[in-house]
Write a protein that binds this ligand. Structure first.
Ligand code: PGA
Length: 243
């Protein structure tokens, strides 16, 4: 399985950094599929700089409507038109900062699919939910309500307490959660659930990438902080097994 390594730049980066970063990604190992997800204004620059390369280009959000009176929002249709292939949806920072519910995420996922973008849908529990033994139930509920019928995309498991903290769950906990997500996806989508890629995200870095990416049902990584540095991002990709 070729691992997918997606870089989530969040609200970081600048126009002057795009060309060198995109050039560096051209040296990516073929064993992994890379996707870079910069802020909206950097997408056209990346689309030009990555032209002809196999690296995917993702946005970090889209609106549920194709066009209209939605000040400050961006449609999946427009993202597709300017060269995006993917879009991160339902990231915990958007769920927290913008009050995005599972129902809102569901509408955005449908819009992405209608525009032929591949959604990367994020789910994950808080530390309190993990401590109280609710983590798998929380994630199952997010999957049930965030993924529309006919979902065809990527799921990213990102425990909220592991994002940007340097903390990661144990290998056993990652494997158990990914197994639970796989089982839920197979129940929800009997024809396709077994083949849906499940990424792990939360403090992935070059030093822990090989062990995380080698776990069962871990189809790749969604990388935040470490993706800002091309060398670190490439080192994570290089650590991915291709089995
Ligand atoms: P992190 O972020 O790698 O900086 O923990 C991951 C994410 O939020 O996608």
């Amino acid at each position: 399985m070729r691992r997918i390594i997606a870089g989530n730049w969040k609200m970081n980066g600048a126009p002057g950094t795009v060309t060198a970063y995109a050039e560096a990604l051209r040296a990516a190992p073929e064993a992994a599929a890379l996707i870079v997800c910069p802020p909206f204004p950097l997408l056209p620059g990346f689309a030009a700089a990555l032209a002809g390369s196999p690296v995917g280009l993702g946005a970090q959000d889209c609106h549920a409507s194709a066009a209209g009176a939605h000040t400050g929002d961006v449609s999946a249709v427009l993202l597709k038109e300017i060269g995006a292939s993917h879009v991160i949806l339902g990231h915990s920072e958007r769920r927290a900062d913008h009050g995005e519910s599972n129902a809102v995420v569901n509408g955005k996922v449908s819009a992405a699919l209608a525009a032929s973008l591949i959604p990367i849908v994020c789910v994950g529990e808080t530390e309190a939910q993990r401590d109280s033994g609710e983590a798998e139930d929380v994630v199952r509920t997010q999957l049930t309500h965030s993924l529309p019928a006919g979902f065809a995309g990527i799921v990213a498991y990102e425990p909220i307490w592991a994002i940007g903290t340097g903390k990661t769950p144990s290998e056993a906990d990652v494997a158990a959660m990914h197994g639970a997500i796989r089982a839920a996806l197979v129940t929800q989508f009997p024809a396709s659930g077994a083949a849906i890629t499940i990424l792990y995200g939360g403090s992935v870095k070059p030093s822990n990438a090989a062990s995380l990416l080698g776990l069962p049902d871990v189809g790749g990584a969604l990388v935040g902080g470490a993706s800002l540095n091309a060398a670190d991002f490439l080192a994570i990709a290089a650590a991915a097994p291709n089995d």
